[in-house]
Ligand binder design. Sequence first.
Ligand SMILES: [Zn+2]
Length: 210
Amino acid sequence: MTTIENIIKLKNDLIRITIKEDTTAIKDAMKLKKETEEFYKNGDTYTNTKGVQPKYLNLLLKPFGNIFDSPVLLEIIPIGLNNMCHKNCERFCGLTTEFKPRSGYNITACKCGRLRCMEVHTVVENIQDGKLYDITADMCDEKNKWFVPFNKHIPFKLMLYFVGRKFDHYKTGERICRCSNWNIDEADRFEVDDLIKFYKKVCKTNFVFM
Ligand SMILES: [Zn+2]
């Protein structure tokens, strides 16, 4: 059996445990998906996987130094509900000993590539070969996702515990985007230095944290 088949066979168990722990999960996920569709229908700047250009990818990640491993383009195996990546991965890894959660950021960009967006994200890692798999359905039905993992695993729970949702989104780019009315001054972003400081602090401490 391939690793992907191994993942897919746990889909029903993942849905079952999700509904058990969170009775409104499916309804909430559908609502969020619909809201996102409305949001983009109204002409808001849309970023997706396709917009990501390698030359801008390097530019985007350079300020972060060496806190990330190399970015990878992952195929999405959508067995988990949209917008629930951290929970999906945590629950999924409770069903099998073959995988562990891996947190980092997904990367998207606008059509012209000048607006780059990073959003905190969790995928699963095969313990034996280190390969990453994105098990969360995308709210815009994307089939692939650019993902950049922290080079030491920082559980999302730890980020939540110390800084809340502070490091959720990072947007940057050229002042003039050719495909939208996006304005860099209104960008939704954290300070890169703060994330680096947080990362170093966490890595220096020996946490036993699940
Ligand atoms: Zn653009």
